[in-house]
Design a protein around this ligand. Structure first.
Ligand code: MTE
Ligand code: QUE
Ligand code: MOS
Length: 764
């Protein structure tokens, strides 16, 4: 029976929950292993005027203290631009910025050393907000733009226009396992890292650069992560560099594990955005022209901010055709930790503006927002090209939209809500049906490739290694299924091995939802090369005299046989054993590149979906409940329906959290005020929609991608934003008709109350 399409269990369901899975800090300490921590800047911006390590050096158990002067290679590094200091030199540019690395025999010694370090930093006034950065003209890179037609002129001629500004907050990744790494020194200057990273190659490249080694002297291994969500694409690097520096200097293994508090303070988060917009439309609600100006808060360095920003622009249309459109903006540099990849990667910020605008248009025209969405969906020729030139081929969104509206009784429920809100004194209900169209591919072309190593052993079992990393999303399970089917064997006979740069070189990060597409395809390519050889071999083995034509050889249920003589079959184990005796190679490397990408086709395809959320808000407390959510997605042919169901439900709730309860607060001095779960609220089990229905289209397929599947990782997070639009819809029932709620994100209780008091003109 084929594996693909079946819900074989993810390793987490058996082993994570029993505590059997090995995460980085479960690796038994090596003999002589050191613990590593660092002292960071007490202020967000300033100049280091004094640093005295002499007292700390004398503490028993302290083995080494290192500053930028001890860095053997380049102290400057970064994922795209080399604009970050590994250890601060004279200036500091965010609170917590590492200055001194400490190596010790024990945690007690680390703590004592931290206290004994004398550090004096002269503070300067930091830039914290987007507004301050714009004022000071602190930008990263040149202005960025995508446009089509003449938005300014077209706006002048539109029957109706709306202008506004939308503020979108950031989000903390809140992976269960904090950033961590273990470095083990070897011979000839070699270093082996175990790193909880989505990008082992990045760790390898940066370690080589900063520690002054060749990449051939560095190996980076990642067995699994306790969650990544984008937060471990680039920012797994600093703890690895710290452990690596110590290992190199002392010749001893070294481990650096961030505390939750440290992780919260120094690692970047989702980018906050500010969007200024002007939109033109007609009396039916048809979008005619738009100008959107995006500003992102990047923090102190570029990190992946340029790519995140590009993805925001690429998603500013979401699923809607806008003839004349101008998308522009700037990336703002501030004195905050450097914001980074986070599930959705700018896409969510991109679509939120247009979704918010559509709610406003609905209120303005006194129409149903769902009607306006459907009216504007990409469709037939003439209305099927994005602002960046990509043609939307066989777009199924209008179909999905109508199907979900129908299955979830949108019309009746709208009617019921109208009636409820007309008389309700305390509660207001809202309903919103939204769409998502998420582009799949890295927008940086060279990243769209992967390689895989497949080893078949003489007992018929298989090991596969790729550059893809497991962070809970089920990549390893899906790769096992794909490989099992290539050899028509049971998935139990396939092992996915720990990710290591020793087996797979120059790999892209496991990101952009393309982990299975890229690494799964590379693994399949490797398997096919082996299978070709084995098919030829079987054609000889199964024949009496002349070899059987290759086309007649069938692989099925662990057997290889001649289609015309199915009773005489070679068991896979026997076949490979015999092949090996004939000196046929049972190992192979596969390489895969995403086909068809080009300047006006940044995305291989789109993963699409619709969601419908119903919420109830309390007019007096601002409290909000999601009473029901329905999701319908097109994810092609699912490789593992149970895993995809988990991805969709989890992504939706994570998106809901961003949209409603997760609020990051920084003081004017650039200090994170929400560095713990007591001040930063992620959704809990009771925040999950009371009635939650997830479906995916059973009959949809995408034959160009591996086993006709589509990527699923990030898109459902964006669907969670329909909870936000549903809140906006609930607010539209308050105050006078035609007055829109100036709702920002997150829509916390406070934010909901602020809108209510503005709408009802009862502000204190
Ligand atoms: N699911 C779990 N359980 N944990 C994670 O860290 N990361 C998400 C998503 N789903 C994540 C997750 C992000 S940001 C991405 S890009 C994809 O998984 C990456 O994996 P994939 O490309 O293999 O789907
Ligand atoms: C989506 C992504 C990423 C992206 C582009 C996307 C991503 C990522 C990069 C990237 C780009 C240039 C680099 C680099 C990384 O681009 O995750 O190292 O030089 O890392 O559309 O998720
Ligand atoms: Mo996901 S944000 O692309 O790691």
């Amino acid at each position: 029976m084929p594996s693909v399409g079946r819900s074989i269990p993810h390793e987490s369901s058996r082993d994570h929950v029993r505590g059997r899975s090995i995460f980085l800090d479960d690796i038994t300490p090596h003999r002589n292993e050191l613990v590593v921590d660092f002292v960071g800047s007490p202020v967000a911006r300033g100049e280091i005027v004094a640093l005295d390590l002499s007292a700390a050096t004398k503490i028993p158990g302290v083995v080494g203290l290192y500053t930028f002067r001890d860095v053997p290679g380049s102290n400057l590094y970064g994922a795209i631009f080399h604009d970050e200091y590994f250890l601060a030199e004279d200036k500091v540019s965010f609170q917590g910025e590492p200055i001194v690395v400490i190596a010790a025999e024990s945690h007690a010694a680390l703590h004592a050393a931290k206290k004994a370090i004398h550090l004096d930093v002269r503070p300067e006034t930091p830039i914290v907000s987007i507004a301050q950065a714009i004022e000071a003209e602190e930008f990263i890179g040149p202005p960025r733009a995508i446009s089509r037609g003449h938005a300014r002129d077209a706006l002048e001629k539109c029957p109706h226009r709306l202008d506004g500004t939308l503020y979108i907050g950031g989000q903390e990744h809140f992976y269960m396992e904090t950033q961590c790494a273990l470095a083990i020194p070897g011979e000839n200057g070699h270093l082996t890292f175990h790193s909880s990273t989505q990008n082992p190659t990045e760790t390898q490249v940066m370690a080589a650069r900063v520690l002054g080694l060749g990449m051939h002297q560095v190996v980076c291994v990642c067995k699994r992560m306790g969650g990544g969500f984008g937060g471990k694409e680039t920012q797994a690097t600093p703890p690895a560099l710290m452990a690596g520096l110590v290992a190199m200097k002392t010749g001893r293994p070294a481990r650096c594990i961030y505390s939750r508090e440290t992780d919260g303070r120094v690692t970047g988060k989702r980018h906050p955005f500010e969007v200024r917009y002007q939109i033109g439309f007609d009396s039916d609600g048809r979008l005619l022209a738009a100008r959107l100006e995006f500003y992102s808060n990047a923090g102190f360095s570029a990190d992946l901010s340029t790519s995140v920003f590009d993805r925001a622009l690429y998603h500013a249309d979401n699923a809607y055709f806008i003839p004349d459109i101008e998308l522009i903006g700037r990336i703002c540099r501030t004195n905050l930790p450097s914001n980074t990849a986070f599930r959705g990667f700018g896409g969510g910020q991109g679509i939120l503006a247009i979704e918010s605008i559509i709610e406003d248009i609905a209120e303005f025209l006194d129409k149903d927002a769902a009607e306006i969405r459907l009216l504007n969906c990409y469709g037939a020729e003439g209305r099927n090209q994005t602002p960046y030139g990509q043609i939307i081929q066989d777009d199924t969104l209008p179909l999905l939209f109508e199907r979900l509206a129908d299955r979830a009784d949108y019309k009746q429920r709208r009617q019921a809500i109208n009636e409820f809100n007309a008389t309700s004194q305390i509660h207001l209900r809202g309903l919103s049906l939204t769409t998502v169209k998420f582009g799949i591919s890295f927008t940086t072309k060279f990243l769209n490739q992967a390689n895989a190593l497949v080893n078949v052993y003489t007992d018929g079992t298989v090991q596969v290694s790729t550059g893809g990393t497991e962070m809970g999303q089920g990549l390893n399970t899906k790769i096992r299924q794909l490989v099992a089917d290539e050899f028509a064997i049971d998935a139990a006979n396939v092992s996915v091995m720990p990710t290591s740069t020793e087996k797979n070189n120059n790999t892209p990060p496991t990101a952009a939802s393309a982990g299975t597409d890229l690494n799964g395809s590379a693994a399949v390519n490797a398997c096919r090369l082996i299978r070709e050889r084995l098919t030829e071999f079987a054609a000889v083995r199964l024949s009496e005299d002349v070899p059987i034509p290759i086309e007649r050889i069938v692989w099925e249920d662990g057997c290889v046989f001649d289609r015309e003589k199915p009773e005489q079959c070679l068991d896979f184990g026997h076949l490979v054993h015999a092949a090996h005796r004939e000196r046929i190679s049972l190992g192979e490397r596969g390489h895969y590149i995403t086909p068809g990408l080009g300047p006006s086709r940044p995305f291989f395809y789109y993963t699409t979906g619709c969601a419908l959320a119903e919420v109830e808000i309390d007019r007096f407390t601002g409290e909000m409940r999601v009473t029901r959510a329905d999701i319908l997605m097109d994810i092609g042919q699912s490789i593992n329906p149970a895993i995809d169901l988990g991805q969709i439900g989890g992504g939706f709730v994570q998106g809901m959290g961003w949209a409603t309860c997760e609020e990051l607060k920084f003081s004017d001095e650039g200090e994170l005020l929400t560095a713990s779960p007591s001040t930063y609220k992620i959704p809990g089990v009771r925040d999950i929609p009371e009635d939650f229905r997830i479906e995916f289209e059973q009959d949809s397929r995408f034959p160009e991608n591996v086993r006709s599947s589509k990527a699923v990782g990030e898109p459902p997070l964006l669907l969670g934003l329909c909870v936000w639009t549903a809140i906006k819809n609930a607010l539209s029932y308050a105050g006078p008709r035609g007055h829109v709620a100036p709702l920002n994100l997150p829509a916390t209780g406070e934010e909901i109350l602020r809108c209510l008091c503005e709408l009802e003109d009862k502000c204190p």
